[in-house]
Design a protein around this ligand. Structure first.
Ligand code: ADP
Ligand code: MG
Length: 258
């Protein structure tokens, strides 16, 4: 790692994410009720839980799109409660997000979409931005021909990969993936496990994903948190979780593994 990459900020945290006693409600609906979660730096971490258990809300709280009613959220060592606009912008640069529906701009080509964060946060010229976009595209498993296509021209699998390429544009320390393989047939989803493992080997980013994909859970993640009843019911490796007797976790494993 060069001196320019190892900023004092980057060296000052052990946990990529630290949440303490987070409470979140929407009207009468209590979503998180004193939730604690710690995700280690460099870890590939997954969040699982039934529909409506608050996974997406948790992710939104980690990326400054929602503020919990109470409790502490620290991202890359920075307490989100007190962040200035400048700190928030710096955090956004250090985090890549692949949204569930891709979130690409329909009026821009794939290359233009990937280039957008680079235009916003760097002084690079067009040629350098296009070179980086081409590199991220290939890292994400897309053919060079897809560079000039518009999102509407992409298949579901290609769309997810393009969204991943955009999330990687700024070499994020922390990468968030919301349901990276949901809605994909096995052929399109296949290969994402290897791709994420290779990416992790290359950069060692912390990866936080929401997924139900057992292949990703068993093959790629280091640890998994199970959400339910407004809390993290358990955290551990898949091997550890598979042994637990908690009914919600059992339902999950018995249902998911057959
Ligand atoms: P998950 O991703 O685990 O399916 P969510 O975090 O999307 O769950 O939602 C948790 C609960 O909070 C759900 O009951 C959902 O309807 C509710 N909810 C989420 N966002 C909002 C919102 N902006 N306004 C009102 N209710 C919401
Ligand atoms: Mg969700």
């Amino acid at each position: 790692m060069t001196d320019t990459q190892s900023t004092p900020q980057a060296a000052s945290y052990d946990y990529a994410i630290e949440m303490q006693q987070v409470c979140t409600r929407f009207g009468d609906k209590v979503v998180h009720e004193g939730l604690d979660l710690q995700i280690r730096r460099g870890e590939i971490f997954a969040i699982v839980g039934g529909s409506g258990s608050g996974k997406s809300t948790l992710l939104r709280e980690m990326i400054l799109l929602h503020t919990p009613d109470s409790g502490t959220v620290k991202v890359l060592g920075c307490d989100l409660a007190g962040v200035s606009d400048e700190q928030a912008s710096s955090l956004r640069q250090r985090c890549g997000v692949m949204f569930q529906k891709g979130g690409l701009f329909g009026t821009l080509t794939v290359t233009e979409n990937i280039g957008l964060p680079l235009r916003e946060h760097s002084e690079l010229d067009d040629a350098s931005i296009n070179d980086i976009a081409a590199w991220k595209l290939s890292l994400s498993g897309l053919e060079p021909e897809s560079a000039s296509l518009y999102p509407a021209e992409l298949s579901g699998g290609m769309l997810k990969r393009a969204a991943l390429a955009r999330a990687l544009a700024l070499d994020p320390e922390l990468l968030f993936l919301d349901e990276p393989t949901a809605g994909l047939d096995p052929a399109s989803a296949g290969g994402l496990d290897t791709l994420l493992r290779d990416l992790h080997a290359l950069y060692q980013p912390t990866i936080v994903m929401i997924t139900h994909d057992l292949d990703l859970l068993w093959q790629v993640t280091h640890r998994v948190a199970v959400l339910g009843e407004g809390k993290v019911l358990a955290v551990g490796t898949m091997e550890e979780l598979a042994k637990l007797e908690h009914p919600i976790i059992r339902d999950y494993f018995d249902g998911a593994r057959g």
